[in-house]
Design a protein around this ligand. Sequence first.
Ligand SMILES: Nc1ncnc2c1ncn2[C@@H]1O[C@H](COP(=O)(O)OP(=O)(O)OP(=O)(O)O)[C@@H](O)[C@H]1O
Ligand SMILES: [Mg+2]
Length: 383
Amino acid sequence: MESASSLAAQARGYAKAARTLEDDNEKARARELYLKAAKFYNEASLVTTDKTDRNTQRDLAEHLLDKAQSLKRSGTRYSGSGVKEESGDTDESALSEDDLIMKHTPNIGFSDIGGLETVKDDIRKAIIYPFTHTELYKLYGQKAGEGILLHGPPGCGKTMMAKAAAKECGADFISVKTSSIVSKWVGASEKNIKKVFETARRCEKAIIFFDEIDSIAGRRSEAEDYAKRVVNELLAQMDGVDTADDKLLILAATNEPWAIDPALRRPGRFSKLVYIPEPDRDARDTIFKINLKKRPIANDVDAGRLAKITESYSGADIAAICKEAADIPLGEALRGGEPRKIEMRDFVTVLESRKPSIRSWYAEAKKEIRKSGEEDVFGEVFK
Ligand SMILES: Nc1ncnc2c1ncn2[C@@H]1O[C@H](COP(=O)(O)OP(=O)(O)OP(=O)(O)O)[C@@H](O)[C@H]1O
Ligand SMILES: [Mg+2]
């Protein structure tokens, strides 16, 4: 097996060449090399034993994949009639597997997620135990879970929770870039969905995760043709999953659950809705602690007090607050100051200019849910 450092070196080489090609406007070639670079970083991250390297390599792989996809989008144009116009790309229809999917076992576990204890329990029962206690479940005639739809305000841990679920049960995590599934080419979107399920079936056990599923599974009544076909194909594929044999579970996440085609919530599909709420005070305390763990903190910094003054802030807000607070002494040191620890006053400075991000989400969510008449389905939002 090749070493992590040699794989990473190859990845760097490809990434560099890709950038040169992109500068020369050779989009198709650049995209190809970005994908190669992403693939090598991904492989390096699977081999390396160094945790920091692994995280960096994964980030780089995702970043390069995004770059490749953005080139794909900018290199392909559509005419009003859906007829192909000049494009820098040849495989215009279905995307390659690399484009669609990041496949790995994630490095985020339950211990990295602050709060949400009841959600973790739900996930254990619905996802982890059926994988880890297969025989028991069989004995009692219980089938492994139907699909689970995680929903709730932005930045409160939906994507993290999905990753952690895969890590906790040691399944391959097939994260689908939903935005890359939708193609206006006739048939291509369906092919992309099929490919995702085929890939998952080849794994020993796998979790397919459709993040931001609202971008592909809108209400069919309001959708354009190609989007309707995506939903239909997704429904067909989900109906075809026999969880007992397939060792395959399906998760999705959205912060606009009301926008999703209700047919996706029928039994056997995403019949289980799991609400991921904003963090309460205890959870905020833990999230602060998680984010401060690896940073030099002065004695006057008190996670409990920070949790108290950050009501309505999301987990993502808290992560950003910690980062921005750390930027203050870092900036001073970069300008030649004596390095010092992060102090409470740095947090106060950051909080003065940063408002909670999720209040507006609640207003919008309530309005939209009332409009769709599904207050009983999404009751948690009104609590
Ligand atoms: N409960 C939590 N514990 C620890 N960190 C959290 C938690 N919730 C959010 N975070 C932080 O916020 C970031 C974003 O979280 P995540 O991507 O899971 O949110 P999300 O619910 O998927 O948001 P979106 O709806 O915008 O996709 C995480 O990378 C993490 O740093
Ligand atoms: Mg998310």
